[in-house]
Design a protein around this ligand. Structure first.
Ligand code: ACO
Length: 321
């Protein structure tokens, strides 16, 4: 039996932290108290104008390769989860392959499932590996959400940050990813979207992120609880067997409500939201890498990774690390 196992993690955050007070100093009509009490966010990182998702992804990938003890040319599959690609095409994954100097003709493509993107990408990569078609994948979540924020809309611009996280996923004889579940309900697309596009050299529609915060909040709490229960049930496991929950880092109140629904204490939940903000598809691998490097997550630990985002999409993976 072939399984897919995480062999190494890496991440990258651009520049210095930008605090809530820094945002106030930049002219945004908000306050540290409002942002902390409504979201739990204290600071985030914002990429410089000439830095793209592929640059962040490449740096995170190099760290994951190093942690896994393998070379870039050992990778035969790259999947990048992003909603803020460098270009409409080629894919960010193809650019990352080039930036890593990989010339082995392996597959490379992007997955677009917004904040669930990393769980989607991980699940897709797992299926490639378990099928035997590929042996070692780079699965990356990389975002420059600062590019699609309307900095005059204080209800959204204070919530997001930029960054990238990556894992090397490789074929193994012992289980790593035990179970995954992916879902979508496109009928909810208006509550979180960037409803614009490009045609004939023009931006058509609205190029910025728009969100009905309260509707998103309610939806996220419901589906994150449901999908975590689903992967546990399908794997024949209970929440008590889980060492760490690594939820998408959108809002501390969503995370607390999800942990409560699972009956997990907050000291079993990895939270990096306070200093990363919401980095969409990058948030889960960023949190995972930080917890691995700090020694919180160790080999043998059982994890639930779960995300929810625009689409609406949601998903979870039960992982033996
Ligand atoms: N600073 C100060 N005041 C603000 C700000 C701000 N940055 N933003 C909004 N306000 C004001 C509003 O104008 C409003 O004022 P009013 O009462 O005078 O009209 C007041 O604060 C309350 O606004 P609400 O939108 O009702 O605030 P709410 O308590 O719902 O909190 C929030 C907003 C934080 C967005 C919340 O709804 C939420 O957490 N939703 C979840 C959404 C989320 O996390 N999205 C992340 C992306 S989705 C994802 O990753 C899954």
């Amino acid at each position: 039996m072939i399984y897919a196992r995480i062999a190494g993690t890496g991440s990258y955050l651009p520049g210095d932290p930008v605090t809530n007070d820094d945002l106030v100093a930049r002219g945004i009509d908000t306050s540290n108290d409002w942002i902390v009490s409504r979201s739990g966010i204290h600071s985030r990182h914002l990429a410089a104008a000439d830095v793209g998702a592929s640059d962040l992804a490449k740096l995170a990938a190099e760290r994951a390769l190093d942690a896994a003890g393998c070379e870039a040319d050992d990778i035969d599959l790259i999947i990048v989860a992003t909603s803020t690609p460098d270009f409409i095409f080629p894919s960010t994954a193809a650019l990352v392959q080039s930036k890593l100097g990989i010339r082995n003709g392996g597959a490379a493509f992007d997955v677009q499932a917004v904040c669930s993107g990393f769980v989607y990408a991980l699940s897709v990569a797992e299926k490639f590996i378990r099928s035997g078609s590929h042996t070692r994948a780079l699965v990356i979540g990389a975002e420059v959400f600062s590019r699609i924020l309307d900095w005059s809309d204080r209800s959204t611009c204070v919530l997001f940050g930029d960054g990238a996280g990556a894992v090397v996923l490789e074929a193994s004889t012992s289980p790593g990813i035990r179970m995954s579940a992916l879902h979508a309900d496109g009928s909810h697309h208006p509550i979180l979207c960037v409803p614009g596009g490009v045609a004939s050299g023009q931006v058509i529609g609205d190029p910025f992120l728009r969100m009905d915060g309260q509707a998103v909040f309610k939806f996220a709490v419901k589906v994150l609880g449901d999908v975590a229960h689903e992967v546990l049930e399908r794997a024949g496991e209970s929440a008590q067997s889980v060492d760490w929950l690594i939820p998408h880092q959108a809002n501390i109140r969503i995370i607390q409500a999800t942990a409560k629904r699972l009956g997990l204490p907050m000291d079993k939940v990895v939270t990096t939201l306070d200093h990363h903000g919401n980095t969409s598809a990058a948030s889960i691998p960023l949190a995972l890498d930080e917890a691995v490097r700090s020694g919180q997550i160790r080999p043998g630990h059982r994890l639930i990774l779960e995300g929810v985002g625009g689409g609406f999409t949601w998903g979870a993976a039960l992982v033996d690390f």
